[in-house]
Design a protein around this ligand. Structure first.
Ligand SMILES: NC(=O)c1ccc[n+]([C@@H]2O[C@H](COP(=O)([O-])OP(=O)(O)OC[C@H]3O[C@@H](n4cnc5c(N)ncnc54)[C@H](O)[C@@H]3O)[C@@H](O)[C@H]2O)c1
Length: 355
């Protein structure tokens, strides 16, 4: 079997999980090239993972005919540009979440996917988690009936990573586009991907990055700089869909909350489910409410295993032309939701979409 030559563009934190997963698929994959604006960072990863080619410009990597597929692990402001260039150069693409920063960029990526005929998988990694797939099988088998309400929450009380994450120009926004995208997406995926018809949202910049807080550590970007912060620290929204279902969301980088909290809950006319903070099913039988706890190896999200599944699925899609679990069309719909929330917050009005 010929191995697929993979290039990884962006050699920062998340590239590590991509590279570990590619390495485990050594029978099918050759980690061939690494690219980063920071050449030393790319070089370090290349040495660690045995890549023969190192680039500081993604265009040079894409011009290399030996590259079959790429992971795009760069700042959000470059996702669309690099993905489109990669597709046009005939490469398959796994692009990290969010797909990009705007609906316009998302539609351009979608057009490039359709014109190229290449695979593009959006890195909605939570979809590839074993528990999420288990819950999806319950939904698909009708256990919840008609799902009409969902709740997605990702609250960090102290967790603005700074660096490019806190620079709206490069990130496209704060907790909503960075961590909100994950919980909104997994709810929406489990709801059956209904079309969004309206969004009403609020964003707040009340607390800043709270770099003053002592005695409590939090994740910081490599280029953390407390003086730089142009993103919201909190967002909430109500999203309506064409099937009448609604999704309520709240997310934060900082909030006067007692603790961090991730919530993913869905409610149907036959039953309910909770994926986060832990898996439960809720139903009614013989006039009695039942809370059911699926017995699985892992109670919550297994990040490493989810990345392994995501990358394995990507490689299978490249080899067999299989439709991704997270196609570009879903990236576009998520951008409509995220950008709708930002627009609604800015204008103070509901944003409506004609489908
Ligand atoms: N799926 C997840 O759970 C998850 C988790 C973390 C980050 N991410 C996503 O991964 C992406 C990267 O995040 P990170 O945490 O690794 O950030 P990071 O800052 O650690 O790394 C980003 C790297 O990209 C490089 N880069 C930026 N623009 C580039 C360009 N044009 N060409 C080449 N290299 C470029 C930077 O030099 C940096 O080394 C973001 O889109 C983020 O949203 C996803």
């Amino acid at each position: 079997m010929t191995k697929l030559n993979v290039g990884v563009i962006g050699a920062g934190s998340i590239s590590e999980l991509h590279l570990q997963a590619y390495q485990k698929l050594g029978d099918a994959v050759q980690i061939y090239a690494i690219c980063d604006l920071n050449q030393a960072r790319a070089q370090e990863k290349a040495e660690k993972y045995g890549a023969s080619e190192v680039y500081d410009d993604y265009r040079k990597l894409l011009a290399d005919p030996k590259v079959d597929a790429v992971s795009v692990c760069t700042w959000n402001n470059t996702h669309a540009e690099i993905s489109i260039a990669a597709l046009q150069a005939g490469k398959h693409v796994l692009v990290e979440k969010p797909l990009c920063r705007t609906v316009e960029e998302a539609l351009n990526v979608q057009q490039a996917v359709r014109e190229s005929g290449k695979v593009l998988q959006v890195g909605f990694v939570r979809r590839y988690d074993a528990n999420a797939q288990l819950m999806k099988s319950f939904v698909d088998n009708g256990e919840l009936g008609d799902i009409y309400y969902a709740k997605a929450s990702c609250i960090r009380r102290l967790g603005n990573p700074g660096g490019w994450f806190a620079d709206k120009e490069r990130s496209g926004g704060g907790p909503l586009i960075d961590i909100g995208v994950h919980v909104i997406d997994i709810c929406w995926y489990l709801m059956g991907r209904p079309k969004v018809v309206s969004v009403s949202g609020n964003t707040y910049r009340k607390l800043g990055n709270r770099a003053n807080v002592r005695n409590l550590s939090f994740y910081k970007a490599a280029d953390y700089d407390a003086s730089q912060n142009t993103v919201e620290d909190m967002a909430n929204a109500l999203i309506r869909f064409d099937n009448g279902a609604s999704l309520m969301v709240d997310v934060s980088f900082t909030l006067h909350a007692k603790q961090d909290e991730t919530v993913v809950k869905l409610f149907g006319d036959k039953g309910g489910l909770e994926l986060e903070p832990a898996m439960h099913l809720v139903s009614e039988k013989h006039d009695t409410i039942l809370n059911i706890t699926p017995q699985t190896d892992q109670k919550g999200l297994n990040v490493t295993a989810a990345f392994q599944n995501e990358i394995r699925f990507f490689i299978d899609s490249c080899a067999a032309g299989k439709e991704p679990i997270s196609p570009v069309e879903d990236g576009v719909e998520l951008m409509k939701i995220l950008c709708g929330i930002y627009e609604s917050a800015e204008t103070g009005r509901e944003v409506r979409y004609d489908n």
